[in-house]
Design a protein around this ligand. Structure first.
Ligand code: S3P
Length: 441
């Protein structure tokens, strides 16, 4: 753990399995903990973020145990059955864990204090506090509506009707999860469709949840509670947001061919692959199938020359976590790439817009940063810079991949956060042929 230098690699080769989807893994643990009976989860991501969710659900009474690698068993407490934890729950680096659990706690008669690391304590929670207060829950937060914060759940929760002002699956899910233990119909309107894993899993567990296309092109979701959720077997697909790093690594490193198996292809998650195809990428989808209610494919990706494009704002919700790695592809592509509609990047694990721009500039790439856009001029990458990752796993992985094609090595100040979402990343990339070595920071 520490600073890492990534040097020019020859082609990357091999066949790898994408790690379990982080979003689906969080939801699998939370929702199975609310079922009555025993659920089995396979393919669970055992990254630090997801383990924080498991610990919090255990602290609120669920029986959660690991049976083997990726194989987990959960005995739930039933909707309404969450118990008072003895101590504050530590959400580590995970915004998803914190925000979704705030939703669950808001409509249980318990009081829970949420803590997190420095990155999570700097992220805005007002976006979930505002809607959840309408349920009757009370919040006591640090300045600026940040963690640490305490939620006092409502004993007699009221159904919410919320028009989500920012495209956020976390806000949408927090409100829906609060609706599970609320009598009546909780309604959520989202102006742009965001990942729908919560809706899919809730429906599969038997919740009365209806999704309709809204006139403005968004979606209306109606959940009638209190819900009774049926325990089930959940198969977690591979994470397209993690596969993204291998896909771009293969596309930009001359002489590469990588096969990445079991990649979740939910259309609300695959905007990056569309953007890369617009740039001229050949990404072959094979063995297309459905697993656990989600489309899944194996991807075969070879090196090919990319050209700059404009990535429209409307695509942002379907690739919100993929801009750091797309920016690396843009740095190598011929011509300019303009990415628009990136305001949400400023409130991720770091301010990703400036973290990307600073990291690229430190490595000799021409880049322009606007309030909510980024323009990258591609070409040969000089490299030679040290990148500040700001405790952000995706910034760390992205710049290690840029190092595979830069003239001089690219360094990152810290690799520890990679374990939050993709613990096998370093080993997988090195096995594929990436040249990573520890350095004094
Ligand atoms: C997530 C939603 C997205 C995404 C995050 C995971 C989820 O956040 O960036 O990594 O699992 O719901 P927002 O909802 O804040 O956009």
């Amino acid at each position: 753990m520490g600073a890492i230098r990534s040097s020019l690699a020859e082609g990357l080769q091999g066949k790898y399995v994408a790690p379990g989807d982080k979003s689906v893994s969080h939801r699998a643990l939370m929702l199975s903990a609310l079922c009555i009976g025993r659920s089995r989860i396979s393919g669970l991501l055992e990254g630090e973020d997801v383990l924080a969710t498991a610990a919090a659900m255990r602290a609120m009474g669920a029986d959660i145990r690991q049976l083997g690698p990726g194989e987990w068993e959960v005995h739930g407490v039933g909707v309404g059955g969450l118990g008072q934890p003895d101590a504050p729950v530590d959400m580590g680096n995970s915004g998803t864990a914190a925000r979704l659990l705030m939703g669950l706690v808001a409509t249980h008669p318990i009081s829970v204090t949420f803590e997190g690391d420095a990155s999570l304590c700097s992220r805005p929670m007002g976006r979930v506090i505002t809607p959840l207060e309408a349920s009757g829950a009370q919040f006591e937060a640090a300045d600026g509506n940040r963690l640490p914060l305490t939620v006092r759940g409502a004993a007699a929760p009221l159904a919410m009707d919320y028009d989500v002002p920012v495209p956020s699956a976390q806000v949408k899910s927090a409100v829906l999860l609060a609706g599970l233990n609320t009598p009546g119909t909780t309604k959520v309107h989202e102006r742009e469709a965001t990942r729908d894993h919560s809706e899919n899993m809730l429906r599969a567990m038997g919740a009365d949840l209806v999704v309709t296309e809204a006139d403005d092109g968004g979606r209306d979701i109606a959940l009638t509670g209190p819900a009774e959720l049926e325990a089930m077997d959940i198969v977690v697909p591979g994470d397209p947001s993690s596969a993204a790093f291998l896909v771009v690594a293969a596309l930009i490193t001359p002489g590469s061919q990588l096969t990445i198996c079991n990649v979740g292809m939910n259309p609300l998650r695959t905007g990056l692959f569309e953007a890369l195809r617009d740039m001229g990428a050949q990404i072959e989808e094979t063995n297309v199938r459905e697993e656990g209610g989600e489309p899944v494919a194996d991807l075969i990706v070879r090196y090919n020359v990319l050209r700059g494009v404009t990535v429209p704002a409307g695509r942002a919700p379907s690739m919100i976590d993929e801009y750091p790695i797309l920016a690396m592809a843009a740095a190598v592509a011929e011509g300019e790439t303009l990415m628009e509609g990136l305001a949400e990047l400023r409130v991720k694990e770091s301010d990703r817009l400036s973290a990307i721009a600073e990291g690229l500039a430190a490595n000799g790439v021409i880049v322009e940063e606007g309030e909510d856009w980024l323009k990258v001029t591609g070409g040969p990458v000089p490299g030679g810079g040290m990148v500040a990752t700001h405790m952000d796993h995706r910034i760390a992985m992205s710049f290690l991949i840029l190092g595979c094609v830069a003239d001089s090595p690219v360094s990152i100040d810290e690799d520890a956060m990679i374990a939050t979402s993709f613990p096998a990343f370093m080993d997988m990339m090195q096995q594929a042929g990436a040249l990573f070595e520890g350095v004094e920071a």
